[in-house]
Design a protein around this ligand. Structure first.
Ligand code: GAR
Length: 192
């Protein structure tokens, strides 16, 4: 990929609420942003987050297909057709196949609600609270065939207080997620 030849063409995959998509759209609209979001795909019908794409007139698709193969085939076609250069997963809860990652061939980034390599997979906040961790946080990393294990691009910690619950921790981490996803993209692009 060439460095800074105009804004990078980004697609975002979501599965639900879409608050990280909202923060990426907000960043993309800044005059000096390095990205433009051309495509949003949800693997869940009625994903609330798709409204953010609609409101910003970004091409969007909600697939109803339960089959991973069908979802990936249709998505790949759209990514190629729209000449997407970077795919950002934002609360996307499906594990992409090795075949998809190979065929897309451009970088895929993901946001994860823990300080990776700690707590890969689901229920990260429950595990952090249960283990009485002093810190949690969020991570942006490259997506590889191994779950939540690709190169770490950006991380930010949050302190866990004794009074924190799974809910309060989720809120704190989410706030940090919104702040760092755009920063991670800038860092990633600057290092290309
Ligand atoms: C976020 O906390 C994100 O880190 C997490 O889901 C939430 C989605 O929120 N992603 C994962 O757990 C991926 N394994 P959002 O839909 O409001 O962005």
């Amino acid at each position: 990929m060439e460095k800074f030849l105009g804004k990078k063409n980004i697609a975002v995959f979501i599965s639900g609420r879409g608050s990280n998509l909202k923060s990426l759209i907000k960043y993309s609209k800044k005059k000096n942003s390095l990205i433009k979001i051309s495509l949003v795909i949800s693997d869940t019908p009625l994903a609330k987050g798709i409204e953010y794409a609609k409101n910003s007139k970004i091409k969007n698709y909600c697939f109803k297909s339960k089959s991973k193969l069908k979802f990936e085939k249709k998505s790949l076609e759209l990514l190629k057709k729209n000449k997407v250069e970077i795919l950002c997963l934002a609360g996307f809860m499906r594990i992409l196949s090795e075949d998809f990652i190979k065929k897309f061939s451009n970088p895929i980034l993901n946001i994860h609600p823990s300080l990776l390599p700690k707590y890969k997979g689901l229920n990260t906040h429950t595990r952090a609270i249960k283990n009485r961790d002093k810190y949690s946080g969020a991570t942006i990393h490259r997506v590889t065939k191994k779950l939540d294990s690709g190169e770490i691009i950006y991380q930010k910690k949050v302190k866990i207080f004794k009074s924190d619950t799974v809910n309060s921790l989720e809120k704190k981490v989410l706030k940090v997620e919104h702040e760092i996803y755009p920063k991670a993209i800038v860092k990633f692009l600057s290092n290309l």
